[in-house]
Design a binder for this molecule. Structure first.
Ligand code: FES
Length: 227
């Protein structure tokens, strides 16, 4: 099984990281009660584990370009997603949290039909975790790109990507690909939907984001969340 993960030197926030201009600390997607810095470090450690597991040398903390002031201010982050190969993912930081961008293959998308009956909230009806444009079978604006906050909705650990269909510790024998939270065993499919009877109460959060072009997105801004 390969762990197709990569981290990304998160683009500088818009306006060169001018925190005063970019401050936007409120908004419907910013309701998580945990300390975001704490969660980011938890998340970084988990992502690092996945990267190390496949021997991919990727700088982590130092690769996140936005300044601490800009991060604290919640500045939107513009990301070039064109370099993500199909089947792989990158991680950027937004508001002190890891945000995953997964380039899903047709085969990965096909697994979502199969997990539909196994997840707790298949249509993402529970409020607060899925913006309207992602309330669809893909949980995304475009099927091939899944964008999610890499923080478990149980107690704030960062799940580990297991993107390919292969069993492993804590995973069922018929694992189809998704994410596994090692803290208490919650599992999520390739749309971030939590499986039934797991500690996590909700699907992974889809942050506000928009496409600027076919290969660029901006995280932190959408129809309801202005920079
Ligand atoms: S924090 Fe993920 S299962 Fe508890």
């Amino acid at each position: 099984m390969s762990q197709n993960t990569m981290t990304f030197d998160g683009r500088a926030p818009l306006d060169g990281g001018n925190a005063e201009k970019e401050v936007n600390p409120l908004g419907p997607q910013n309701k998580q009660p945990l300390d975001p810095q704490r969660r980011f470090w938890i998340g970084t450690a988990a992502v690092a584990g996945g990267v190390v597991g496949v021997g991919v040398a990727v700088p982590l903390v130092g690769s996140f370009a936005p300044s601490s002031r800009a991060r604290a201010a919640g500045a939107p982050v513009e990301v070039d997603i064109g370099a993500i190969p199909p089947g792989e993912m990158m991680t950027v930081e937004w508001r002190g949290k890891p945000v995953w961008i997964i380039h899903r293959t047709p085969e990965m998308l096909a697994t979502l039909n199969k997990t539909n009956s196994e997840v707790a909230d298949p249509d993402s009806n529970r409020p607060g975790f899925t913006p309207p444009y992602a309330r669809n079978e893909w949980r995304s604006r475009k099927p091939e790109y899944f964008v999610a906050v890499g923080i478990c909705t149980h107690l704030g650990c960062s799940p580990t990507p297991h993107l390919t269909p292969a069993a492993g510790p804590g995973l069922p024998a018929d694992w189809k690909g998704g994410f596994f939270c090692p803290c208490h065993g919650s599992t999520f499919d390739l749309a971030g939907r939590v499986f039934k009877n797991k500690p996590a109460p909700d699907n992974l959060e889809v942050p506000p984001y928009q496409f600027l072009s076919d290969t660029r997105i901006i995280v932190g801004v959408d129809e309801d969340n202005k920079a």
